[in-house]
Ligand binder design. Sequence first.
Ligand code: GLN
Length: 488
Amino acid sequence: MNFKKTTLKEIHDKLVSKEIKLTDLIKEVILKSKEEMKSNFLITLTEDEALRKANELENNIDANNVLTGIPFIHKDNISTKGILTTAGSKMLSNYTPSFDATIAEKFNEKNSILIGKAALDELSMGGTGLLSFNGEVRNPYDSNRIVGGSSSGSAYAVAKGIVPFATGGDTGDSIRKPASLSGVVGFKPTYGSISRYGAIPYAPSLDHLGFFTNNVEDQAYLCDATYGYDSKDFTSIDNKKEFVKNINQVSRRFKFGYIKQVEEIMPEELKEDYKKLYSILNDQGHEVLELEFNKKLLEAIPATYMMISFAEAVSTHANLDGIKFGVRVEGKDYMEIIKNSRTQGFGETVKRRFLIGSYQLKSENQDVLLAKSKKVRRLIVEELDKLYKQVDILILPPTTKPAPTVNEVYGFDVDQQEDGTKFIEDILILANFNGMPSITLPFVCKENMPIGINLNAKPKEDLEVLQAAKIIEKLILENFRQVGDLNE
Ligand code: GLN
């Protein structure tokens, strides 16, 4: 079955009418996953359990539950009871949780079928897909290029049509950027909407869970299934909205806006594509406004993100010491065990980030460095608040070029920015600073590679951003050329 061109609802209808047999479907997905193992997109294939569940559900498809029997994969930082959960790190390469993350529980309740656990840049730190301990995941359209990260295996799986949806995590842009580079839809809900209990964190004040799909409508089913207050996560909120029921109910006109200082540094050709879209929106009766954003604050995005996320990462990962769980490298006493385990268990990027993070956490540096970054974050959030007094939807470029080649990014981290315009590459982090809902969808095609567009709304306006995305998705399909289907 070609998931790239099918909605979850269409798969469901075929399962209900028995046009397709669930066990056949799951066998096909497992076969395809096995053929793809060489791409490193999966760390663990859960074949036996998937087949067992398919057999059990075969004659029991719930006609009122679109997610029954739907195959999917989890990013491997989501704890799954009895199933290896590594967070892409050698340090956790032997770790099997004894409990399910809340999001894993929710999909179990819906009887969706887990096919496996997807590769990610180690501990969600990175944006390339080259840093998972099991090997590099590369772009499904061109293996010389990156797929993006950190949710690399999830993006790959949906882009290749192996599964119709996958979970992901997003601390800076880890769902929304790989979605742009691999031509799929990637959504990060409002902070706290989906419980993060059981998701191995990167930086808790910025971490979100979300999804990759082939279309905007499918996101609505996943949101309905997973949103909700969870007392096990103290940042959790109740932000349920009846997404499926309402996603297509839009008669209103939207006020869209884009940031002038961002548009100014966009490549000329891509700027033309955005202008074309704006004029189509205008023709349809929507407004598109140009917005001002303090340039200095935009330029401060990468540094502010690094300061906050690296520092939080140090404290959240203090438990990865080879003593309590994870891979242990022996030593003469417990200090040496910790040192040896951490030295051998973590990759270079993680170690660099821990080093910089620890430096800021030293008491003499906290005020000058960390506290200052938090103030800058607050100023950025206030600037965003001002924008939302003028518009409903903020449009951002998730990427401005086709996926870079692997050689272009080897050894680079977010902090190695060459000049003051580079903030455009980290612009999506705005949504992690204020927690707003943010979605990337396929937009144009350059060098035969996909480039996405990103839409945002005020925190908690998740339905609004999905509705706007639905409108834009249709206009894009009618007016812009897309990359070819990889299955054809
Ligand atoms: N690319 C960003 C980084 O390297 C984002 C990571 C994320 O969202 N998990 O930190």
